[in-house]
Design a protein around this ligand. Structure first.
Ligand SMILES: NC(=O)C1=CN([C@@H]2O[C@H](COP(=O)(O)OP(=O)(O)OC[C@H]3O[C@@H](n4cnc5c(N)ncnc54)[C@H](O)[C@@H]3O)[C@@H](O)[C@H]2O)C=CC1
Ligand SMILES: O=C(CO)COP(=O)(O)O
Length: 317
């Protein structure tokens, strides 16, 4: 089975390296191949060199020849990239590796894949996995979610490596929402730590954030066990507690009132906006996500955000 990774940012590059390491043939597609071809390094993952077994291409049609395509662009670019394939992707498995909610449709990556490429099978790869860790071959475990059990099993075997242990699931919506929503909570945690609050604050936010994640996911049809797994709790723990996380660092900068490089991918900011709109539409209470949206757009200060959250009416847990 041949594999193509679409998007040569930090995560796409790391995944290509990880899969190639286990002996599979991998093509890595980049919008701009110049740096990758001359240095064999992604600008987004400096210091990590692609092995010979990864072929770099700027030709999307060539990537589309692979049996399995891993989509590793940021969430808001997923539909743009899918629109650029000009041949049908019949019989292919499309594995979304992005974590977010599309702002145009308020849907996750699997729905975007199904809508734009109904002839292919959508799947999700998500869970605790910093690109730098994956590229170094450090062990972790992820969720591979696909509604079609047989294809899910086949993808699990294709993409697992000795260091990357994949657990299979058919709960696509649960897996993708866990990965999207944990980024929002990581921004909130970063903001509180940046303001000088403590680990107790962070633990409380993570727990109440997890309650919001589960509430929305179950409302949209997910299973609660999925949220308790790698794609939810696992990735939430990683992202809220590590300065390797860009979402957490963005929050830290907000809390410290320092500028943050706008070219860095921070999926949680757009996800917070999408969740705020979605929650309004369906009438769900998502106070932390709503506050992170206001924080990210600069319409509330961290101090006021915390004050508002703490002054909500007392309730049962
Ligand atoms: N970096 C990480 O540790 C992890 C990232 N992810 C997810 O992977 C997705 C991608 O993130 P990163 O690779 O980290 O981002 P990145 O910022 O490192 O790279 C994004 C890449 O996408 C490309 N891109 C952006 N818009 C494009 C478009 N319209 N057409 C073609 N290419 C386009 C950019 O040129 C860049 O190479 C995100 O949804 C992120 O949440 C998931 C797990 C780990
Ligand atoms: O999703 C990730 C780790 O699982 C990466 O998190 P950041 O996008 O916050 O760096």
């Amino acid at each position: 089975m041949s594999i193509a990774v679409i998007g040569a940012g930090a995560f796409g590059t790391a995944l290509a390296i990880s899969i190639a390491r286990s002996g599979a043939e991998v093509t890595l597609w980049a919008r701009d191949t110049s740096a990758l071809q001359s240095t064999r390094q992604s600008l987004r993952l400096p210091g990590v060199t692609l092995p010979e077994s990864v072929s770099v291409t700027g030709d999307l049609a060539q990537s589309a020849l692979a049996d399995t395509l891993l989509l590793a662009t940021p969430m808001q670019s997923l539909s743009t990239v899918l629109d650029q394939f000009d041949t049908p992707l019949s019989g292919k498995a499309l594995v979304a590796c992005c974590k977010g909610i599309d702002l145009n449709t308020l849907t996750g990556p699997a729905e975007v894949l199904s809508r734009l490429k109904p002839e292919a099978t959508p799947a999700i790869l998500t869970g605790p996995s910093f690109a730098a860790d994956i590229a170094r071959g450090l062990p972790t475990a992820l969720t591979l979610a696909c509604q079609d059990e047989a294809i899910g099993r086949s993808l699990q075997h294709q993409l697992a490596t000795p260091a990357l242990r994949l657990y299979r699931s058919t709960d696509v919506i649960g897996a993708e929402l866990g990965g999207a929503l944990k980024n929002v909570i990581a921004i909130a945690c970063g903001a509180c730590i940046g303001q000088g609050m403590g680990d107790s604050t962070r633990a409380a936010l993570m727990t109440r954030g997890f309650a919001e994640m589960t509430r929305l996911a179950i409302h949209l049809g997910a299973r609660s066990e999925t949220l308790s797994g790698l794609s939810g709790m696992g990735d939430l723990a990683l992202t809220c507690m590590s300065e390797q996380s860009r979402n957490y660092r963005f929050g830290l900068a907000l809390g410290q009132e320092k500028p943050f490089d706008p070219t860095i991918t921070v999926e949680g900011a757009k996800t917070a906006e999408a969740v705020t709109r979605l929650a309004q539409q369906i009438g769900l209470d998502m106070p932390i996500c709503q506050m992170v949206h206001q924080l990210s757009t600069g319409s509330v200060s961290v101090t006021d955000a915390i004050r508002t959250l703490l002054s909500r009416p007392l309730k049962e847990e």
